[in-house]
Design a protein around this ligand. Sequence first.
Ligand SMILES: NC(=O)C1=CN([C@@H]2O[C@H](COP(=O)(O)OP(=O)(O)OC[C@H]3O[C@@H](n4cnc5c(N)ncnc54)[C@H](OP(=O)(O)O)[C@@H]3O)[C@@H](O)[C@H]2O)C=CC1
Ligand SMILES: Nc1nc(O)c(N)c(N[C@@H]2O[C@H](COP(=O)(O)O)[C@@H](O)[C@H]2O)n1
Length: 184
Amino acid sequence: MPRKLMLQMHMSIDGYIAGPNNELMEWIVYNFSQDLNDYLSNIKFNDIILGHKLAEGFIPAWQSMPSGTPGKELMVNTPKMVFSTTLQENPWGERVRLLNSGFEDEVGKMKAQDGSEGDVMVYGGVQTVQALIEKGLVDELFLLVEPVALGEGKKLFSSRTSYEVMETKKFECGIAVLHYRKKV
Ligand SMILES: NC(=O)C1=CN([C@@H]2O[C@H](COP(=O)(O)OP(=O)(O)OC[C@H]3O[C@@H](n4cnc5c(N)ncnc54)[C@H](OP(=O)(O)O)[C@@H]3O)[C@@H](O)[C@H]2O)C=CC1
Ligand SMILES: Nc1nc(O)c(N)c(N[C@@H]2O[C@H](COP(=O)(O)O)[C@@H](O)[C@H]2O)n1
């Protein structure tokens, strides 16, 4: 069985993943309740994909979190691949690999590996996930639906794709997780 590419992203109830200009995500509840931390810690994967812009914040932010912060070990220790056409040197250390071209081909190769290698997770940002969705490479979605409508912003999808619901769950902090699998 091949590896799956999973996506986990926060989304407004009207389907936006960022403001119109990728503004600060102040609409996102980051103070996760224990039940949500427990749920997320059960999603298993062995590689993380990040876009360059997200990586600039994500990697140092997780590294500097106090030990014991839920998710820290997973986020810091899991190998990461960062998409960038401009970065020539990797500033983030040995667990991070830069990919300068052929993004979709490389993801296709990762996915073709044996499933016993573990699955792959992408956290964003907008350009990166839009490209992966557009190429049909994302197999499962974990949408963390925030209890807010934004009215405008950046969307995950630009064309019609069918999914089936695997699970829906409401959490104490107000987030609802919708877990979908792509229909084959
Ligand atoms: N809703 C959510 O859960 C999340 C939302 N976000 C939102 O995402 C925003 C950042 O998104 P965005 O600015 O799009 O940044 P990304 O993190 O997607 O990084 C974009 C950069 O990644 C490289 N890249 C990614 N895909 C490709 C591709 N297919 N071809 C060429 N280069 C590629 C390029 O780097 P280079 O320029 O070096 O070539 C590009 O400039 C944040 O402001 C935040 O608001 C982020 C994370 C989670
Ligand atoms: N799997 C998992 N476990 C946790 O404990 C978490 N806090 C998260 N957070 C998710 O990580 C993604 C990137 O977050 P930042 O951009 O670094 O804030 C995002 O999807 C969070 O929901 N994940």
